[in-house]
Design a binder for this molecule. Structure first.
Ligand code: M6R
Length: 368
């Protein structure tokens, strides 16, 4: 049932192109983004003046990624919050607030309670969920199903990529309702999303390279992850995968924070994974990250760089280079996350752990 793979998670990693295609299928028609269930009127969507994304774990990271796109496309302020924090403070919510609850299982206790709290405060709730008919979509005003197929591995992989794509569709739905994007612009963004399954398929050709890298760094004490912009949540996601599967100390940082503390952690041989932005996209981000890598390399870090294919400028700073296909900046997390998933799984396997059943963890956290 693992489809000839050493562990189930690898099968799910390899299913990601198909999962993404399924998330997009049926959600765009006649030039418009279509939700699966919509008990909100177009006027309700037009009236939205603030968005909260609430979620836990990887789903939370998908929200952090989406913030960049939704703010850019809609000019609405977007806050992304851990459901367990959101529900115990007193967030400012009213009927013009849209709360996007992201959950693979649709049963996560904290996310469900955050939804209930939001609805009590009259906010509108839109669920992004992978499980048909689960509690969170049942209690929401609108639903976008990710359709990634059942995810068995405790560590989220294909559901995470699907959540990013679905959150982007939510952003486009808001942009079209608010008129911040013309219909042809929405169609163009959707077409770019539709090119992503092929890009993810391409990045899967790095699996063997990344597995061998994982075996070589499996005995490290810790691994750090650095990124900027949409690469920052990717760094957080890479670190979460490594913690939950390989039981290693792993931390993701915004690269701009290095000098504010984390650089003190760098020592000889410490693996640092750097998620590079495209050199063609945001040149300033690329330049800043290059200087960050040179700083950590000078302090002895073992630099493992995830960069766009053909980006020759990173080579001198990369002890190991993993190339990903060129895609638009906002879509980069869909490709750059993949090697980090493989890396975590392979490090865990090398250390003798059960990749599909990591200790102390359940697939869905229905008790707090
Ligand atoms: O079912 P959910 O998406 O609500 O689950 C949220 C988290 O529990 C989940 O993403 C968890 O962090 C994963 N094990 C991460 O790989």
């Amino acid at each position: 049932e693992k489809g000839g793979h050493d562990y189930f998670m690898l099968k799910e990693i390899e299913e990601q192109p198909e999962a993404l295609a399924n998330t997009l299928r049926g959600h765009f028609d006649g030039g418009r983004v279509i939700l699966d269930e919509q008990r909100l009127s177009d006027q309700d969507l037009r009236d939205v003046d603030k968005v909260f994304v609430v979620a836990c774990g990887s789903a939370y990271h998908s929200g952090l990624v989406a913030k960049y796109a939704i703010e850019h496309w809609t000019r609405l302020p977007v806050e992304v919050e851990l459901a367990s924090e959101f529900r115990y403070r007193d967030p400012v919510l009213d009927r013009d607030t849209l709360v996007v609850a992201v959950s693979q299982s649709g049963e996560t206790a904290d996310t469900l309670e955050a939804v209930r709290h939001a609805r009590e405060q009259k906010a509108r709730v839109l669920a992004v969920c992978n499980t048909n008919g689960a509690q969170i979509p049942r209690e929401s005003d609108a639903v976008l199903y990710t359709h990634a197929g059942p995810e068995i591995g405790v560590a989220s992989t294909k559901a995470f990529l699907a959540q990013i794509a679905a959150n982007y569709l939510v952003g486009l739905a808001l942009a079209q309702a608010r008129g911040t994007k013309y219909p042809d612009e929405v169609a163009r963004e959707f077409a770019e999303l539709e090119a992503m399954p092929a890009a993810v398929r391409k990045v899967l050709s790095t699996v063997d390279q990344v597995r061998s890298l994982g075996q070589r760094i499996a005995e490290s004490k810790a691994v750090l992850f650095l990124g900027r912009h949409v690469g920052f949540p990717v760094a957080l996601e890479g670190a979460l995968k490594l913690k939950e599967l390989a039981y290693m100390h792993a931390e993701g940082f915004a690269a701009g924070e290095l000098k504010h503390g984390p650089i003190a952690l760098i020592e000889d041989g410490l693996p640092v994974i750097v998620v590079m932005p495209s050199p063609k996209g945001r040149a300033v981000l690329h330049a800043k990250l290059l200087s960050n890598i040179s700083e950590i390399q000078a302090r002895g870090a073992r630099t493992i760089v995830i960069a766009e294919e053909g980006d020759e400028t990173v080579r001198p700073f990369a002890d190991e280079l993993v190339e990903t296909p060129a895609v638009p900046t906002l879509l980069q997390p869909l490709v750059s996350t993949v090697p980090l998933q493989v890396l975590a799984a392979e490090i865990a396997r090398s250390r003798g752990y059960d990749v599909d059943k990591p200790r102390n963890l359940a697939k869905s956290v229905t008790v707090e």
